[in-house]
Design a binder for this molecule. Structure first.
Ligand SMILES: [Zn+2]
Ligand SMILES: [Zn+2]
Length: 302
């Protein structure tokens, strides 16, 4: 039996519900809420939660308010963004794959977005720990929970900290690094994957162990919070390591560099890093002016 979802693309709003501007933030909200509740349930099931059941969870201020507060702040931000910032292009492609090439294209769209978000946020996160004022006024709230770090604490952060994450995610979802408009499907998948990975990196539940198995950053994020190093001595471990949320290559590069560099090299490196960040920001702002690339399989279809 075939289901007909045409009404979702043709009714209600000008181009159908699934093409409405608010479908991205709705998808992001639903995936974040589902991941947080799913992992909270797993924590209770495995006895790693400070709550024994949903009743306790919902009646504690922590469990009840955290999602509502985050969602309210998020939606106020989204409406403001929508009011002032125009969409990246006139017609955003749906991105439903119709061939092997377009499936690979979709995968490239999603993977590049996740990798880019992870890389940008590594530098922001590092900066938030290096700079005393950012650490105290922006990032400290996210490190507030030191005893019972659980899935819901992924949402525990200051307004600026959370806004930075949302902004970077929006930016990498507008266009691919090679300049093409990101499709609707790629954006939806990005939101599902990123919110899941972020929640999995905070949970105290041992299962399901999906991204932690393969991604160093997801596996080490709890160590970043709780100050326990993986195979390193305690004094050097903890919050000084594992700034990268998903993958670990930038943390490893940083550790490798600082283990053998002299102080003048460090200053040079810092200058270089600042210019790289500036160039990245410039690159993102230039993307909107770029043309669609000739590699895009969608380019050749009517
Ligand atoms: Zn941190
Ligand atoms: Zn965290």
């Amino acid at each position: 039996m075939m289901f007909d979802f045409d009404f979702l693309l043709t009714s209600d709003t000008a181009n159908g519900i699934l093409r409405a501007w608010w479908i991205d933030p709705v998808m992001a909200s639903i995936s974040f809420a589902s991941a947080v509740y799913f992992f909270s349930y797993q924590e209770m099931r495995h006895g790693t939660s400070r709550f024994r059941n949903w009743h306790e969870f919902c009646y504690s201020g922590d469990g009840r308010c955290i999602l509502l507060e985050s969602l309210s702040a998020y939606w106020i931000g989204i409406v403001l963004w929508k009011t002032f910032i125009p969409p990246p292009g006139e017609t955003i492609p749906d991105g439903i794959p119709y061939s092997l090439e377009s499936l690979l294209w979709l995968i490239a769209e999603v993977v590049s977005g996740v990798v880019l978000y992870d890389a940008y946020f590594f530098f922001i996160h590092w900066g938030m720990h290096e700079c005393k004022y950012l650490r105290i006024f922006v990032h400290r709230e996210h490190h507030g929970e030191t005893k019972y770090l659980e899935a819901r604490h992924v949402l525990h952060h200051s307004l600026l900290d959370g806004s930075a994450q949302v902004l970077i995610n929006i930016m990498v979802q507008r266009r691919t690094p090679w300049g093409d408009l990101k499709s609707r499907l790629a954006r939806a998948l990005h939101n599902i994957i990123v919110t899941w990975m972020l929640t999995e990196s905070h949970t105290s539940s041992p299962y399901p162990n999906i991204f932690r198995k393969h991604c160093t950053g997801v596996r080490n994020h709890r160590f970043h919070h709780l100050g326990i190093g993986e195979g390193e001595n305690i004094a050097e471990s903890g919050v000084n390591h594992a700034y990268q949320q998903f993958f670990g290559y930038l943390d490893s590069t940083k550790a490798w560099y600082y283990s053998k560099s002299t102080s003048t090299m460090k200053t040079e490196m810092r200058k270089k890093l600042i210019s790289i960040i500036k160039n990245c920001a410039q690159h993102i702002s230039d993307m909107d002016k770029n043309q669609e690339s000739y590699f895009n399989p969608r380019f050749y279809t009517g």
